[in-house]
Design a binder for this molecule. Structure first.
Ligand code: SF4
Length: 356
């Protein structure tokens, strides 16, 4: 049987150097830098002799996965582009490139195929869980989006992506080892050199993973998908919260901040008529007491087939959202609102997994 060529993207410098032996270290350094730039072909490594490029082509592959399709949402000034990616075993995932009004790009990456957390308001959660992604597969999404961003920016910008958010398909803290390795690749000074402060990991609140990050890092930015701090309601909306109490989550967040982690974003996806009560604002303010937080309001992005207590979920009305923000502010919370991006291609928060 033919040997499957090894994949180079997503390796750390020492791993790459070992794999490329007997090539000298200097060559491994050159190749590592090219991969970190997000190239699509060995022929783009223009400072390598053509004989070496041919040798690399015969021994290795740059990526393990492939981009099947791009879906571009141009419905607003800020656009989003979703990519559907086929993994080596034929499974599909999605990742999204978001651009703000100032032409800054953010890459939203997935960490699992499907998601075992099963939050009732999330399309990905309704798909069930298939498997964890490898660090390679997480890194490759970033590199594919980087190529897309470079095309969008006409290749002008040196660093084409400004932020990474781990908010795509899956619960990142249930795949912490591979996530850690991918973050090590993103932040490696010899390669992509991303600041940890420009990487945000969003979790539904897995205490074991939070504790591990609080004690051992990496001290990236953390976002907690709070949804509501009314515990009985939270348990109905997010099944994993039955074994991850808010008290324990808060304890781990406090340790994370004491150990050098920064401000925590509390994400509140607003479900019309469900978590927009005064009780939800009061409990959120109580939860936030003693930790440095900012609340991020995300009006729920519709996805077919999702319901709560027998009724289809609905977007909050404009007035309902405005009133709830006022309530949160009246209880002393700092509130921001996420701009809607990517809904036209089902690439907004909670919608991934619909195409492909
Ligand atoms: S919201 Fe996040 S953790 Fe919850 S089901 Fe969706 S992907 Fe999983």
């Amino acid at each position: 049987m033919d040997k499957i060529p090894a994949v180079l993207a997503g390796l750390l410098p020492a791993e790459l150097e070992k794999l490329l032996l007997p090539l000298p270290r200097m060559r491994a350094v050159q190749i590592y830098k090219w991969i970190a730039r997000g190239i699509s072909d060995f022929d783009q490594m223009t400072d390598l002799p053509s004989s070496l490029r041919e040798e690399l082509k015969s021994r290795f592959r740059l990526y393990s996965s492939t981009v099947d399709n791009c879906y571009k949402d141009t419905s607003s000034a800020s656009c989003a582009e979703k990519i559907a990616v086929s993994l080596k075993d034929g499974k599909k995932i999605e990742a999204v490139l978001l651009r703000d009004g100032k032409s800054r790009f953010t890459a939203c990456l997935s960490t699992q195929v499907g998601c075992p957390a099963g939050c009732i308001f999330c399309k990905t959660g309704s798909l069930g869980f298939s498997r964890n992604l490898t660090a390679n597969e997480i890194t490759e999404q970033f590199l594919f989006l980087r190529m897309t961003a470079l095309k969008e920016a006409n290749g002008k910008k040196e660093h084409s992506i400004d932020n990474i958010v781990i908010m795509g398909m899956g619960e990142p803290l249930l795949n912490l080892d591979e996530l850690r390795k991918a973050i090590a690749v993103f932040t490696d000074p010899a390669g992509m050199n991303f600041s940890r402060r420009r990487i945000t990991v969003s979790t539904c609140g897995i205490c074991e993973g939070l504790s591990d990050i609080a004690d051992n890092g990496p001290y990236v930015r953390l976002a907690l998908s709070l949804v509501t701090a009314d515990e009985p309601l939270r348990q109905k909306l997010m099944p994993v919260s039955a074994v991850n109490s808010l008290a324990k989550i808060k304890e781990t967040l406090a340790v994370f901040q004491r150990n050098g982690g920064g401000r925590i974003t509390l994400e509140l996806p607003l479900l019309g008529g469900i978590n927009t009560r005064e009780k939800d604002a009061v409990s959120a303010a109580q939860f936030a007491k003693g930790i440095e937080t900012v609340v991020n309001i995300i009006p729920w992005n519709p996805a077919d087939g999702l319901e709560f207590e027998g009724k289809p979920l609905r977007e909050p009305e404009k007035k309902e959202t405005e009133n709830f923000i006022k309530l949160l502010e009246s209880y002393g919370l700092k509130v921001t609102m996420r701009r809607r991006k990517g809904r036209e291609v089902m690439g907004a928060c909670g919608q991934l997994g619909v195409i492909g």
